[in-house]
Design a protein around this ligand. Structure first.
Ligand code: 4NP
Length: 149
């Protein structure tokens, strides 16, 4: 199973999701992350995201932001989007139903959270980053449990 986490800038939410998921995934699975914009391409994650992850013993400091590309739709089995705008952008890049089927809203894995979004902590503070971490952790646990069924 190959999983791609996607947000807008690939410096806050999806790098955290990648780090958290990596810590939970079985050995035969891989996870990566990307953004829908290329504005932060090549940058490490936001310092607040790195600090929040480190607080939970997860190192995301070596990740680099990159935009999603067409190849990702062939490479990955599952593409999880952090909010509805990102979902719309990612779906608009799909070429067929097979690719479309790979794409979903991240928090839908929790079942009772239809249309729920992982809020963007970029304009917030460390409390917002911690809240996002907790949400992502719940979602990643649910994904891990789905995979190991
Ligand atoms: P992310 O957060 O999508 O969770 O990485 C953001 C990062 C950068 C910007 C917005 C959101 N920005 O406007 O530059």
């Amino acid at each position: 199973m190959k999983i791609l986490m996607v947000c807008l800038g690939n410096i806050c939410r999806s790098p955290l999701a990648e780090g958290i998921m990596k810590a939970k995934l079985p050995d035969n699975c891989t996870v990566d992350s990307a953004g829908t914009i290329s504005m932060h391409e090549g940058e490490h994650p936001d310092k607040r995201a790195i600090k929040t992850a480190a607080h939970h013993d997860i190192d995301i400091s070596k990740q680099r932001s990159r935009p999603i590309t067409r190849i990702d739709f062939e490479t990955f089995d599952k593409i999880y989007c952090m909010d509805i705008d990102v979902l719309g952008d990612v779906v608009s890049k799909t070429k067929n139903e097979e690719e479309r089927q790979k794409v979903s809203l991240f928090l839908e894995v929790l079942g009772d959270h239809k249309n729920a979004e992982v809020p963007d902590p970029y304009w917030g503070d460390m409390k917002d980053f911690e809240m996002v971490f907790q949400l992502l952790d719940k979602g990643c646990t649910a994904i891990r449990n789905q995979i190991s069924k």
